[in-house]
Design a protein around this ligand. Sequence first.
Ligand code: BJW
Length: 257
Amino acid sequence: MTDKGKIIETAHILKGAQKLVVLTGAGVSKESGIPTFRDALEGLWAKFDPQELATPQAFRRNPKQVWEWYTYRRNLAAQAEPNPGHIALAQLEQYHPQLVVITQNIDDLHEQAGSHDVIHLHGKLMENRCFKECRGYPTIITAEQIADDEHIPPHCPYCGEYVRPNVVWFGEMLPAAVLERAQDLAFHCDVMLVIGTSGLVTPAASLPLWAKQQGANIVEVNPDDSMITRYANIKLDGPSGEIIPKVLEAMSQIDDT
Ligand code: BJW
């Protein structure tokens, strides 16, 4: 099938979906200037493997280094704006007002683009919590609470332990309620649109597989092949900032009469 044919078929599948769910990964934010997790980071951080830094062990070993890595990424994210892929996904709500976007991303570009229901599987980059969870999980620490603490990383105002970003590192459980809701959506959708993920990291990578096992159509958007590609019903090759707006445009041209 031609690329145009695949876009049109995708438009029909998405428009006809009873329960559409979107799963996104780092690729959807790449055109906003946020490097994907497995892209080599540039400059100062190029010599570090992100998989070595995103762990509680790394934070215990070298809290300053991990904190500074997140500061670098927070600065990048603060300058980033939603790209046409985020915006087109938010506009999908005109066809599916209850649309849920399940994202592995810790940025808030889906929300900035106007998506109303976004599930963050791996937490939120701009939030902090106590490393000891001294007041229960999660012990969120606001920016005001650490504004006067110049130490890197700052200290928890309740117990004095270090403060860490409110994200999910390797070897940590995903927040139970968040994972349960995502699993439920995967089990009950009839179409899952999977965008910009390598599909290497579980349990997020299992969501499209569970959906597929329940009979859902899987549509993937990714310029490269991923762990999802082999069982996707349709694979759209290309950057999401180009592909998703084209799908939305094709949806608008479907005659409903
Ligand atoms: C485009 C594009 C464009 C480019 N348009 N697309 C062995 C030992 C220990 C643990 C494990 C183990 N084996 C398995 C595990 C479990 C582990 C895991 O999966 N590890 C794998 C690496 C093997 N998972 C966990 O530990 C999870 N917890 C858990 O399972 O708890 C139970 C348990 C505990 C202990 C032991 C076993 C089980 C937690 C996972 C947390 C992941 N956290 C991170 C960091 C978040 C904070 C941060 O960002 O700093 O989340 S890791 C990182 O990967 C980040 C991402 O959300 C996640 C997924 O990455 P994603 O989004 O797929 O990005 P990339 O970069 O991989 O891919 C980008 C894609 O975009 C590519 O395909 C490009 O082609 C594409 N692309 N441009 C569209 N323009």
